[in-house]
Design a protein around this ligand. Structure first.
Ligand SMILES: Nc1nc2c(c(=O)[nH]1)N[C@H]1C(S)=C(S)[C@@H](COP(=O)(O)OP(=O)(O)OC[C@H]3O[C@@H](n4cnc5c(=O)[nH]c(N)nc54)[C@H](O)[C@@H]3O)O[C@H]1N2
Ligand SMILES: Nc1nc2c(c(=O)[nH]1)N[C@H]1C(S)=C(S)[C@@H](COP(=O)(O)OP(=O)(O)OC[C@H]3O[C@@H](n4cnc5c(=O)[nH]c(N)nc54)[C@H](O)[C@@H]3O)O[C@H]1N2
Ligand code: SF4
Ligand SMILES: [Mo]
Length: 749
């Protein structure tokens, strides 16, 4: 079915340039024309023309063409009346005119009956800056709805909130990747770089060659931990407890940078107070981490001539994720390890454009340039650029998962999903599915019939990364241009065109007449001018000539900002950074006799997110066909597991059976399962949908679980046989904040 081999956008070329579609490294790829037995084809090679990836690609990058030419690619618009069990059938093809007319008509009918907010948009961080910007504008200007959010809410929101609180601005890494190789002490917390950003490893190895100390903090000894000098095997949820002990040592031994703290920060007293109860002895008791290890890391980091802390979803995807992240930032600020060579903090962003996506208005509470939608000056500026009346701009909406609440409540009746597969990637996903089933209109724009599209009324063929031109912003805050390599196959339409066409049919076309992605980018730059993420000095020609630019870049002659805070000036009004005293809180769900273990979830090296693309890539599926639950030998022993046995995992939301890997490399209280699969293999049917009270990040990384041998399920379900329950991270004597409640709604950064 699919147009294979693809057709080059520029004919007579044997070499095309692009960027891998997967993670936030955004490695450059070159496509080289070759002849195979089966005919002409294209081969993917690492591109020497982009500075980030050190001339490498990982297994996903090498195989990134796999899904693009897959026979299941959608090539024409299609519609159907979803019925239970009608997966993969019952579709009727339609022309674009029929599709867009019908969808616009249904949107108008729904809005006439229920008001503009009844129609919502769910976007994604794989999309270009141009499409992210346009989706935000489309929701506010064409739909006039407040309800837009995106999958980055599941990804970067806690780190974003923490950086905003601490620094007054939020950019993934404060510094370019080269800075990592210059650092003498690197702490990697809840970040599995070797599997998730594999081409970043050379930067860590280069630092190691210069005698840097590397510390990993993770309940598992990951591939990343293999290069660490010290691995801290922490039970999920204990990061703030552990960091409090590091801060305790640093303060007690006066190892902090007094001059920097005095001149550039507020809040040191808060830290003094918060860490009082967290001596290394006590924390060792709570966590099982040896006192000497705590002292060595604290002293080593504080005394090193340079140091960096990188965090990722391990510490962030929790109802205490903002606080954990703030505590890691405290380490950098207290020791003055920021704004200097080899120093800095970084939240390792995830998706191709996870960074850009959160800067241009895909979030419920934001306008382009990282402006807040409830800020009158921001509204006025953006309304001015868009040529609408400020009063027409809707207010703040709700976070991604809360959109499903609004469907359950009957407030949202229609949803357009573009660039996400929330049926697989949402926590407690059966509840998200129940919500989608209630919609009067679900439109999915994707490359494939995803698990989300199984519930759609309309399924529209979008374009892949190789078929759409645009810009993206990688984990360093580097904005770069990705050219179009291939022509869209079949009748698939670039996302930006589809959005403009729909706006036209909703009677708002005058605001969406863009000839090209470049024209959208130029407007985006103007809209971002004066905002925190200021792109106004950028243009396609500059991005192409300079191989990317770091934001903020506020003028055409501005060089961009590779290293932030170099001048010691932070972005709070008084120019100071804010230290935060962290009182560790409890996860939303704690263990008990029935659910004595902790389930944590994440990734493996061969698959990507909801798996739409990588489960359609033969080489990757061969490597990792199904998810495998990792458990500790002590648990295997308790369950009397024998070779080939499977385990049943049961949480308060459901129960599923998984293949199992027994490994000493995981914390004895913890079970790890990757989330890239659907249906009976979808771990998100078991995860908890408690959200962080500010960031609205779901707690993907912690819930209570029962583990049984699949065919002898009575053994451990009997509380008499249950393990000792895993300990809680809020030790006695500290104030425990149960932060799991989903309400009151407070969508924020
Ligand atoms: N191969 C691959 N690469 C990817 C992706 C992918 O799906 N596949 N996705 C991309 C995206 S969107 C993202 S966001 C990134 C994510 O990148 P990461 O955040 O690095 O990936 P995860 O596997 O979700 O989590 C990282 C680690 O956190 C640990 N962890 C769990 N709980 C805790 C805890 O309480 N404390 C600490 N310290 N650690 C904990 C897990 O054991 C895991 O090893 O990867 C990007 N790259
Ligand atoms: N249990 C658990 N769940 C998690 C996480 C976890 O650690 N544990 N991590 C969370 C994180 S960090 C993230 S980022 C989310 C992501 O989860 P999802 O949002 O589901 O991410 P993807 O699987 O990348 O979905 C993107 C979809 O868009 C399509 N697509 C790709 N490019 C384009 C394009 O250019 N145009 C169009 N129209 N479509 C396109 C793809 O085919 C795919 O179906 O998952 C979250 N869910
Ligand atoms: S490191 Fe990331 S961007 Fe680079 S090839 Fe691998 S998945 Fe693609
Ligand atoms: Mo992510």
């Amino acid at each position: 079915m699919a147009a294979s081999p693809p057709i080059a956008a520029q004919p007579d070329t044997d070499r095309l340039h692009s960027h891998c579609c997967y993670c936030s490294m955004q490695c450059g790829v070159d496509l080289i024309r070759t002849e195979r037995d089966t005919g002409p084809a294209w081969e993917v090679k690492p591109s020497p023309d982009f500075p980030v990836a050190t001339g490498r690609l990982c297994q996903k990058g090498f195989n990134s063409l796999g899904h693009v030419v897959h026979p299941e690619r959608l090539l024409v618009p299609q519609w159907r009346k979803p019925e239970p069990g009608s997966t993969g059938s019952g579709w009727h093809q339609a022309s674009w005119d029929q599709a867009l007319d019908e969808i616009a008509g249904r949107i108008q009918s729904i809005q006439a009956r229920y008001g503009p907010d009844a129609v919502s948009v769910f976007g994604g961080g794989s999309l270009t800056n141009e499409v992210c910007y346009l989706l935000g504008k489309f929701t506010r200007v064409a739909l006039r709805s407040r309800y837009i959010d995106y999958n980055g809410r599941f990804c970067m929101s806690s780190a974003a909130a923490a950086q905003n609180k601490a620094f007054g601005i939020d950019r993934g890494l404060n510094v370019p990747l080269e800075e990592i190789s210059r650092s003498k002490f690197i702490i990697l917390a809840g970040t599995n770089i070797a599997e998730c950003q594999p081409t970043m490893m050379p930067y860590l190895l280069a630092a190691k060659k210069q005698n840097a100390i590397i510390v990993t903090i993770d309940p598992r000894q990951t591939l990343t931990s293999k290069i660490a000098d010290i691995h801290v095997p922490l039970q999920p949820g204990f990061d703030s407890v552990f960091v409090n002990a590091l801060l305790y040592v640093i303060l007690q031994e006066k190892l902090y940078d007094q001059a920097f703290v005095e001149e550039h920060t507020n809040g040191i007293d808060e830290i003094h107070k918060a860490v009082k109860a967290f001596s290394p002895d006590k924390v060792s008791m709570y966590t099982g981490i040896p006192v000497e290890m705590i002292r060595t890391i604290a002293r080593g980091f504080a005394k090193a001539e340079s140091g960096m802390v990188l965090t990722a979803r391990g510490v962030e995807q929790q109802v205490n994720g903002v606080e954990h992240t703030l505590n890691f930032i405290n380490l950098c600020l207290l020791t003055g390890k920021i704004g200097k060579p080899g120093c800095g903090y970084g939240a390792v962003t995830g998706q191709a454009n996870g960074q850009g996506g959160r800067e241009h208005g895909l979030k419920a509470d934001q306008l382009p340039g990282y402006r807040m939608i409830d800020d009158p000056a921001a509204r006025e500026h953006v309304a001015g650029v868009w040529g609408i009346d400020t009063a027409e701009l809707p207010g703040k909406g709700v976070s991604a998962y809360e959109l499903f609440d609004k469907i359950h409540d009957g407030e949202i009746k229609a949803m357009i999903v573009l660039g996400s597969n929330p049926v697989v990637s949402s926590p407690n996903s059966d509840r998200a599915i129940d919500a989608l089933k209630k919609l009067e209109l679900l439109v999915v724009v994707d490359l494939f019939e995803t698990e989300t599209a199984e519930h759609a009324h309309w399924l529209l063929p979008g374009t892949s990364f190789l078929e759409a031109e645009g810009t993206l912003t990688n984990l360093e805050g580097r904005v770069f241009h990705r050219p179009q390599a291939f022509l869209p196959p079949g009748e698939s339409m670039p996302d930006y065109k589809l959005i403009c066409e729909l706006a036209e049919r909703l009677g708002r076309g005058q605001y969406f007449r863009f000839e090209s992605p470049e024209a959208i980018f130029d407007e985006l730059c103007r809209a971002s001018a004066g905002g925190k993420a200021d792109y106004s000095g950028m243009s396609y020609s500059r991005l192409q000539a300079e191989k990317g630019l770091f934001w903020p870049c506020p003028a055409p002659d501005h060089p961009g900002t590779p290293r932030m805070f170099e001048d010691g000036v932070f972005r709070h009004p008084d120019g100071r950074a804010k230290l935060h005293g962290i009182v560790p809180g409890m996860p939303a769900e704690t263990t008990d006799a029935l659910y004595p273990y902790i389930l944590t979830t994440g990734r493996n090296g061969s698959h990507y997110l909801s798996g739409t693309q990588t489960r359609r890539t033969e080489a990757l599926m061969k490597k990792t066909p199904v998810p495998v639950a990792e458990i500790h030998p002590s648990l295997a022993e308790k369950l009397l597991l024998r070779f080939g046995d499977r385990v049943r995992l049961t949480t308060r939301r459901g129960s599923l059976v998984f293949d199992v890997k027994i490994s000493k490399e995981i914390h004895p209280t913890t079970v790890f399962v990757p989330f890239h699969w659907a249906g009976e293999h979808s771990i998100n049917r078991l995860t908890n949908d408690a959200l962080h009270p500010i960031s609205r990040m779901p707690e993907f990384k912690i819930c209570a679980v029962r583990v049984e041998r699949a065919d002898r399920e009575t053994i451990a379900s009997d509380p008499e046989n249950a393990a000792e329950t895993a300990p809680d991270p809020a030790p006695a004597g500290s104030k425990s904040t149960r932060a799991g409640a989903r309400r009151p709604a407070a969508a924020s950064s």
